[in-house]
Design a protein around this ligand. Structure first.
Ligand code: SF4
Ligand code: SF4
Length: 151
């Protein structure tokens, strides 16, 4: 998701995370997509995609919400959950091989004899809603390694 107000803190600074389905991230952030995601979303769902500075974005509705966000009561649902873009799958974590957002000691994470730096967006309302940070941090290092070329 594009950095429009993220506040990344090292994983050691929070107790854990669980998505409470508030939908904040789907209302507040602009979703960046890869070329193949842009193609799939526009062909299959007629999604509004724009290209800016050689990057592709899923255009939000006028109220700022992602066009695929819906609610049943207070619970947020993604209408394309199983085909949602990679940035949506990886939010609210940020993983890198470098301490991009500082505080290297607190962000360091060893995974399969490699050092990663793991941060979480403290603005996500699911932060500190669980006590599982080591497990979720490890899972997101795995996801980032799988979905992105971590550098
Ligand atoms: S802001 Fe956090 S808790 Fe809310 S829907 Fe997004 S990931 Fe889940
Ligand atoms: S594609 Fe789905 S998960 Fe991603 S911002 Fe839109 S509603 Fe949220």
């Amino acid at each position: 998701m594009e950095h429009k107000g993220h506040n990344y803190v090292p994983w050691r600074k929070v107790t854990g995370w669980k998505c409470i389905r508030c939908g904040r991230c789907c209302r507040e952030y602009i979703v960046s997509v890869s070329y193949s995601e842009a193609l799939m979303l526009s062909l299959k769902y007629n999604a509004p995609i724009v290209k800016m500075s050689n990057k592709y974005y899923l255009m939000p509705r006028v109220d700022g919400r992602c066009p695929f966000l819906t609610y049943i009561g207070p619970i947020a649902y993604c209408k394309i959950y199983y085909e949602r873009p990679t940035v949506c799958r990886l939010y609210p974590f940020y993983v890198s091989k470098k301490p991009t957002y500082g505080r290297a000691n607190e962000a360091e994470f060893e995974y399969h004899n490699e050092t990663f730096y793991v941060y979480i967006d403290s603005l996500c309302l699911g932060v500190n809603k669980a006590k599982n940070i080591k497990d979720v941090a490890e899972f997101y290092v795995y996801l980032w390694s799988r979905y992105t070329k971590v550098s």
